[in-house]
Design a protein around this ligand. Structure first.
Ligand SMILES: C[S@@+](CC[C@H](N)C(=O)[O-])C[C@H]1O[C@@H](n2cnc3c(N)ncnc32)[C@H](O)[C@@H]1O
Length: 406
């Protein structure tokens, strides 16, 4: 028979009986997609891997603990044959042929009536790749397409969203390294018409945007009689109302000292749809990039993230420094470079040891990252002497001294 290419099709398996014979690694890999497709999966196998066993225990599949018998494929719409015994696979696929059930064979693709493509999903798109007899190439093509859709290098924007009101995405860009944005954030960025960006965050990504994208520096939006934040809200609303797809690119996570909720509320009041994409906050990623775990077994069982933008004696401060001084765990201070001297003094005044280790990490995750170590007694002076500048994350606690073994 001439070798024709396989005919691709999407099976709609919801509620339909699918029989899987053999409970090993192949079943373990294939079962989640069958379950996700809503199939009524029956597994026939005397044994199964722990993961497959767990799926049966959770009621996701029905497991008949026995060997395959003639007749098992009655009423099946689709079968997967994957035992370690050639004769069992032969018998089951022969039954499938007679019963006209499409059947995948793990041990012999050439004897199968169906092949499983390499599949992947990105935002509602299923990618399925068949290359005939080269599964590695199928997987590589699948990865390239899925990755391209995810990071926006492969765009298919034409009919993706109604263009009359695409709205705003508040995207947490992570701490600065362009690789530390989420895949969803990166894709939305690649689809944007207008990007309003903060000073912090992955600024390098802006250089990759195509020339038609309008990039607006949030710090430079003129705000006249408005507060700066109000002017940013107005700019978001104005561009979205003009039918543009707007990304508000923020440093870290939009809701960690990021005023993300204020922007969301303003957009909601203006009737503009808004989606929020979480980001990796500098409060954990910057210490991590500098080799500091914010928790460590036997050292710190909690970490507290605090804004240091107003000093401890400032009446506007909402922070209870006295209580913080009593905590045993890690303190992570954002926006605290200017006030660290006063903060350290307050913590010592309220009972924390002067010798408590402190690390100040400036411009974390970027090429200019630097770490300066001190103690609560010395940090104010050290930050001044070393000319540490914002943005910096300050970590206070014994985790600062936890090192990788050398
Ligand atoms: C207005 S807050 C925004 C925090 C952000 N939403 C987040 O989740 O990381 C800005 C502060 O975050 C910290 N920060 C943000 N990115 C940083 C980085 N790459 N290196 C050090 N500190 C950073 C600094 O303390 C800075 O003053």
């Amino acid at each position: 028979m001439a070798e024709h290419p396989a005919y691709p099709v999407g099976l709609r398996l919801t509620g339909r009986r699918v029989v899987v014979i053999g409970g090993g690694q192949v079943a373990q890999r294939r079962l989640p997609a069958l379950v996700a497709a809503g199939a009524d999966v029956v597994l026939i196998s005397p044994s199964a891997t722990p993961s497959v066993d767990a799926m049966a225990a959770a009621g996701e599949i029905r497991w008949e603990r026995r060997r395959y018998q003639e007749g098992d494929l009655a009423d099946a719409w689709y079968a997967l044959v994957a035992t370690q015994h050639r004769e069992v696979n032969d018998a089951a696929s022969a039954e499938a042929e007679r019963a006209r059930v499409w059947c995948v064979r793990a041990d012999d693709a050439s004897a199968a009536t169906a092949w499983t493509p390499a599949t992947g999903r990105s935002e509602g798109v299923t990618v399925a790749v068949l290359t005939g007899n080269d599964p590695r190439r199928s997987a590589a093509v699948r990865d390239a397409v899925v990755e391209g859709l995810r990071d926006g290098t492969l765009t298919a924007p034409a009919h993706r969203r109604p263009r009359n009101n695409p709205g705003v995405a508040l995207v947490g860009g992570g701490p600065g390294d362009p690789d530390l944005i989420t895949v969803r954030g990166r894709r939305l960025l690649a689809e944007a018409d207008v990007v309003i960006a903060d000073r912090l965050g992955p600024r390098d990504l802006l250089a990759e945007l195509p020339p038609h994208v309008e990039v607006i520096d949030a710090a430079k939006i003129p705000y006249g009689r408005f507060m700066a934040q109000e002017a940013i809200n107005n700019a978001l609303i104005e561009h979205a109302k003009a039918g543009k797809s707007v990304v508000r690119l923020k440093g870290g996570d939009p809701y960690v000292f990021g005023r993300g909720m204020e922007e969301l509320q303003a957009l909601a009041e203006a009737g503009i749809p808004c989606t929020v994409v979480p980001g990796i906050s500098s409060s954990i990623s910057v210490p991590s990039a500098a080799g500091i775990p914010v928790t460590h077994r036997g050292v710190a069982h909690e970490f507290t993230v605090v804004s240091g933008h107003v000093g401890p004696d400032d009446p506007r401060s909402l922070v209870d420094w006295e209580s913080l001084a009593k905590l045993k765990g890690t303190l992570v201070i954002l926006m605290g470079v200017d006030k660290i001297g006063a903060i350290a003094e307050a913590l010592v005044r309220y009972g924390k040891s002067e010798q408590t280790p402190v690390a100040v990490v400036q411009e974390g995750t970027t090429a200019t990252q630097r770490r300066v170590d001190a103690t609560l007694a010395t940090v104010g002076e050290t930050v001044r002497a070393e000319e540490v500048r914002p943005p910096a994350v300050i970590v206070i606690g014994d985790v600062v001294k936890v090192h990788t073994p050398t």
